[in-house]
Design a protein around this ligand. Sequence first.
Ligand SMILES: [Zn+2]
Ligand SMILES: [Zn+2]
Length: 259
Amino acid sequence: MKFTTIVSGSSGNCIYIEGGATALLVDAGCSNRCLVQALAGFGRRPEQIAALLITHEHRDHISGALRFARRFGIPVYASELTWEKLPFRNDFFREEQHIFEYGMKVGEIEVDFFRLAHDAVQPVGFVFSHQGQRVGVATDTGVVTPSMARLLANADGMIFEANHDYDMLLHGPYPYPLKRRVASENGHLSNQQAGLALRELIGERTQAVLLAHLSETNNRPELALAAVQACLEPFRHHLPAITVAPRYTAHPLIELQTR
Ligand SMILES: [Zn+2]
Ligand SMILES: [Zn+2]
């Protein structure tokens, strides 16, 4: 499988997943232009995207979704309650409002999903499988939920949230209620929380972890990387590749090695 971020952070989120001949997107929080350019970099035309899966209704995940889906005829999937909150819901016929189902498949890729702890109506993360490899996607969660821990364990690849440095958030410029929201159990994972979670989740199959959804105000890539690496010290002899998702540009496509 191959995977990467196209944009990442509170300014916009979009993730690219590829398994065999199938490619799909998780969220579309960027312009058509940005998306088309990034896809061209992966050798894909936008019409070849098999589905757009929406994690939750926050603007940074959906701002480009309607335009992209309409212009290129891409099927859109979301959880049932999320559809009710999507501002473009009425632009889609009922039959076009695809809902996640257990055991569902998009082209060659199996899609499994889990509940996140976030201040949205029905937020989900994913595990994508193709020919024995698994790629997990988990951002926008205040804690590691039990289903998330179960499904992400020992995944071959992971896109995982490292949203903020706790001290930067605490002492930074955000208004107090927003600080409380971000740090809450329904907010976002800190660098330290991400590191501790990954210490439990990484297994002998795990090849690559891409840290994502970094706060522009309350984090820096080198802080996220250092905090996570410090937590993974026990694994230093067989550490997966750990990199950080850029905010406005695509991270290089990560290709998992077959074993
Ligand atoms: Zn969110
Ligand atoms: Zn978000």
